[in-house]
Design a protein. Structure first.
Length: 249
């Protein structure tokens, strides 16, 4: 059966706020970007941004060109929070799908927006804690399974013949779990042989979500590729974005 946001567990953050919370401050000129556009580059902080629709990812790239996805930004989430403390941005934000974003200057933030920011940062912190637990204490196969489940409530997921399909490449999965495409391909093959997924070109069908969650929780493990050291898996080379556009007015 298809997964949806109702069946997927979400941490509560209090304040009565959700990703869909509406603020009283009208954003200045929401802008639309297509998949692959780079929304923000490393450099001076220039405001707080909110994703209104679509999916984006926060990425970092080292001097050798190794890339890693730090987190996904979902509708209602904010990024550019370093502007609140006058910090400098050291990451990229890339559109994974078509996105609409809004920007506020720090001096435009009112009480309602401040509360929405607090709720968004609480969700982000909880997500990062879970990611750190996966990275430090779980095998690579568990991280791949968890990443697939995490993408089921994003624009990358669709329902096909009563099963959830996540439209993601092996390269993108590798970037999200800190590995390389070849290793992720092996692990997807193991999950497919276990009967929990069907891996296709640019997509993964989740045929047994409950068993996939068991893999994500570490209840099931094994396999040669799965036995690799947790924090020594080489990261893939980041692709050069097809467009380089900033959001500066």
């Amino acid at each position: 059966m298809c997964l949806d946001q109702v069946t997927m567990p979400r941490p509560g953050v209090g304040f009565g706020m959700t990703r869909e919370a509406v603020t009283t401050t009208r954003p200045r000129e929401p802008r639309r970007f297509v998949r692959g556009d780079v929304l923000l580059f490393p450099g001076p902080a220039d405001g707080v941004w909110q994703l209104l629709d679509g999916l984006a990812r926060v990425q970092t790239v080292d001097a050798d060109g190794n890339g890693l996805t730090l987190r996904y930004v979902k509708p209602g989430d904010f990024f550019g929070e370093e502007s609140l403390v006058g910090g400098r941005r050291d990451y990229f934000v890339e559109a994974v799908s078509g996105v609409t974003v809004a920007r506020w200057r720090v001096d435009e933030i009112d009480d309602a927006l401040r509360l929405a920011l607090l709720a968004s940062f609480a969700r982000t912190t909880a997500d990062l804690y879970r990611s750190l637990r996966r990275w430090s204490g779980k095998r690579l196969k568990a991280r791949v399974a968890a990443e697939l489940l995490a993408l089921t409530d994003t624009p990358l997921a669709s329902c096909d013949e009563a099963a959830t399909v996540v439209h993601v490449t092996h390269d993108d999965l590798a970037a999200a779990v800190g590995s390389v495409r070849e290793t992720v391909t092996k692990l997807l093959g193991e999950l497919q042989r276990s009967g929990v997924i069907v891996a296709g070109y640019g997509k993964v069908t989740l045929v047994d979500p409950a068993s996939l969650r068991a893999f994500a929780d570490g209840a099931q493990h094994g396999g040669v590729a799965d036995g690799e050291a947790q924090n020594t898996v080489p990261m893939r080379k980041a692709n050069t974005p097809p467009r380089l556009r900033s959001l500066k007015p």
